[in-house]
Design a protein around this ligand. Sequence first.
Ligand code: FES
Ligand code: FE
Length: 439
Amino acid sequence: IAAKQLYDGPELSELVSEEGDFVHRRTFTDPAVYELEKKHIFGRNWVYMGHESQLEKHGDFITSFIGETPVIVARGNDGEVHVNINSCSHRGVPVCRADQGNTKRFVCPYHNWSFTVEGELAAIPQERKVCNKPNKEELGLQKVPRVDSYRGLIFACMDAGVEPLLEHLGDMAWYLDCMFDRFDGGIEVIGPPHKWLINANWKLPVENQLGDVGHGPYLHGSLLEQGSPAVTELEEYGHNVVPKPGHGVAVRLMPEDSHEEQRLFGMDGIAAFDPEVADYLKQCHQKVAERLGEVRSRLKPLCYSVYPNLSFLWPNMTLRTSHPKGPGQVEYWSWFVVEKNAPEHIKQKLRVNYTMMFGPGGLLEGEDSEAWSQQYSGSNIDYADNKRFYYGLGMGEAEEHPELPGMVGSCFDEHYARDFYRHWQQQLIKGLQGEQDND
Ligand code: FES
Ligand code: FE
């Protein structure tokens, strides 16, 4: 496709090679590519909004973003989750400024128009002083047309014609169940989230958590030395899986003759020095085979990413979203996630452990955030503009697996990234083609 009218750089078809083994650095830096992403990636895909544990009562709400578009996600009086654009229908001012809360009305601070939690316009204070009667039914907040959830994870989509959420997830659902269908009482997201700005493209954190296992013993060398038991286990039993192009998971599948101690995971670090946490993890693990089957009782996930911008890290149980703020900035949100029925003091211990490792100043998170911002800077330098980055490790090696759904490669196979960027590129090309057909 010739995209030259909109985009002064390599054509979209040249950004990612046919096999996905080379990705152009302008994929991460070009403002014109970013504009296309806002329309054709964030405007067309299911985007994660929040978890049902954050919206238990009528009037509970959280705020979020679809791309850069601010939205309010609220539990209506009808019991349904409603997603509306957070922009007053009078002059565009945001009608909600809180991260989360409970309310009967969203009241715009400018002229005090007020809106129901479902997004309908409830009252115009100035209306009594004028003769005409505005049609309030036409003046509600703009609705996001599609909202659905899977195991408590709420997603929304700007495109009314999008495929059903379950189709979008494909085999990713089998892996999501490992956490979100693991406990009888379900899970709880503890919020509001940690938020921090990183001078990096939004895709870099996602790519990392699709399955970038290879950086562990190097970038995090002070905690995860080469040859340490955790690293050896990963090399021996680890797999990078693409459940469906765009999504990715890194897991360890322990052998059938492994004993229970080897299968335990989650909070690996803290369990080693806190016997109470170790006991709690054992109790949790005993229920897994019954709920999720024998294979998943041997599965030790490490990280997940759900296309386009939701990620999950297992060892410290954290959900995170990459909210784009331009090609070179991402606002990263991170929540701690825990079994809802876990004892309070265990929740507290696990939460402190999560913050120490993966909060904004966390031992591991700080190293990753710094790497992503340097990766972005390194993608944005002069005289290197025609070089493409190499994503070819493990080319052609992924295959079907007798126990794991999806395409399965070794833990160093970069097929997760090749499939992500190819899928991303196809969506941009299709979107741009649609724009040109409409002209
Ligand atoms: Fe919201 Fe005027 S801008 S009431
Ligand atoms: Fe890391």
